[in-house]
Design a protein around this ligand. Structure first.
Ligand code: C5P
Length: 458
């Protein structure tokens, strides 16, 4: 069976269901997947309810309703089929729409997953989108939300744009009229909402000497090019609203700066995705900023707010999402300050810090990613924190950058292996990964991670 047959089969299963329960993950990909699936199912006239979990594990299985509904697991489930089996779920009451590596399982649960067919750059929101489009071709309006999920799950990062089946979704979005793909845009986060100099100075992919981590340097750079940083009414301008010539002047100067420093210009440009039906300078205006808003909702236990925004809510719910985003940013800034002030311990191939119970485990990884650019960016960073709900466990988050990944670092492989040796579990991506380990294994674990990183770089 191929991917398309799996998609058709899933649509058939949904059409035949009396009621559906969607079980999804709280990150941007999970929230967008849920919004897509729920919308498509409701449009097909099948009653549907949703349930979000931080991770599918024995403790969170109680979120899965014990009723006769079809359970549609999205952005999770493939790797936890044993839990579904243990729960006694039968073949005909489960459908899995996922993009994680599937776990061998006795019960042949119905699944749609691009990974076995080599579609490794398609997130769960992409899988959900193809099922939705199969249910009704009018569901192409959901392409935009699928793009947010794919970008939020870093499907575009390595390849500097969405590729393969995810690029097909982009084409659908363009044809629908809600999506604009800018082929060779600046590869930078915050192009719709951040002042240009802030945007440039926060960017470390590629690192630009004199600009990365240097807001004043970035401001001087813009004024040398005579690009006005503010509008006539005194508001900072964002990248998206600069004129073509201004953008060209900036990127040409960045190219020169990189070349002068012997750096590659390969990662300076990337395809970006603008949503023309969203207001300019709003966090919903482009895919990566939209994904951050959803992550802010999910990581602070309000995934439903994010989901409503995906489904078009722009009233009080959207204001709540904006509040979540601002609050998220404030606390991440605080966490970043804490990491930098406290300092990390450096080993030969790793830098690490334990933040105790000061910050929730859902955000330490984000703080780690931001701190990396300001610390020794050549060494992957690992942050640990305690879990208030289980004092015997430690949550570990690791982050690195493209520079290290190109040299062979794969954090997902490191954490899966190192946590597995202590009966813990981990996963993620080469550039960002997380794990849970027993608290009493922390020290041995850290040294093992350092050793594995050394081996990867050998
Ligand atoms: O939690 P954190 O932000 O550090 O997670 C980074 C990545 O690792 C995410 O993609 C997350 O889904 C994944 N992860 C995982 N298993 C864990 C923790 C995190 O697959 N136990």
């Amino acid at each position: 069976m191929g991917f398309s047959e799996e998609v058709r089969g899933a649509a058939e299963t949904i059409r035949n269901a009396e009621t559906v329960s969607v079980i999804s993950h709280i990150d941007a990909d999970g929230i967008t997947s849920e919004a897509i699936v729920r919308t498509a199912i409701a449009r097909a006239g099948v009653p549907v309810t949703s349930h979000f979990v931080r991770q599918l594990e024995p403790l969170t299985m109680k979120a899965v309703p014990e009723d006769d509904s079809l359970k549609v697991f999205v952005d999770l489930g493939a790797g936890q089929q044993n839990l579904l089996e243990e729960r006694g779920l039968s073949v005909d009451e489960v459908l899995i729409l996922d993009h994680h590596v599937a776990q061998p399982c006795e019960t042949p649960y119905q699944q749609v997953n691009g990974v076995p067919y080599g579609h490794t750059k398609l997130s769960a929101a992409g899988v959900a989108y193809f099922v939705a489009r199969e249910l009704d071709s009018a569901n192409v309006d959901l392409a935009k939300i699928a793009i947010v999920g794919n970008v939020g799950d870093m499907m575009a990062r390595e390849t500097l744009g969405l590729v393969g089946l995810a690029a097909e979704i982009v084409e659908d979005g363009i044809a629908h009229g809600s999506v604009l793909a800018i082929r060779k845009d600046l590869n930078c986060y915050g192009t719709s909402t951040r002042p240009v100099h802030v945007c440039l100075s926060y960017n470390d992919d590629p690192r630009i000497p004199g600009i990365t981590n240097d807001m004043r340097g970035a401001e001087r750079f813009l004024s040398r090019l005579e690009v006005a940083s503010k509008t006539v009414d005194g508001r900072y301008r964002v990248w998206e609203e600069l004129g073509r010539d201004e953008k060209k002047a900036i990127t040409s100067a960045l190219v020169q700066q990189l070349l002068a420093n012997g750096e590659s210009v390969d990662r300076l440009f990337a395809e970006s995705y603008i949503f023309v039906d969203e207001p300019e300078r709003s966090p919903l205006r482009n895919a990566s900023e939209f994904a951050t808003l959803l992550n802010a909702c999910g990581r602070w236990a309000k995934p439903r707010i994010g989901s409503s925004v995906c489904c078009g809510d722009r009233g009080t719910v959207y204001r709540e999402a904006e509040y979540m985003l601002n609050n998220h940013r404030t606390i991440i800034r605080e966490l970043l300050g804490f990491i930098l002030e406290t300092g990390v311990t450096e080993l030969s191939h790793l830098q690490y810090l334990h933040v105790g119970d000061r910050y929730p485990d859902t955000i330490v990884g984000i703080g780690a990613g931001m701190a990396l650019g300001k610390l020794n960016w050549r060494k992957p960073i690992l942050i640990m924190c305690t879990l208030p709900e289980d004092p015997t466990l430690t949550k570990v988050s690791m982050r690195t950058n493209e520079w290290s990944v190109r040299r062979g670092v794969d954090l997902q492989a490191v954490l899966t292996l190192a946590s597995g040796e202590h009966g813990g579990g981990g996963g993620g991506h080469p550039i960002a990964a997380g794990a849970f380990i027993p608290r009493d294994a922390e020290e041995v674990f850290i040294n093992r991670v350092n050793e594995l990183l050394r081996d990867q770089l050998a």
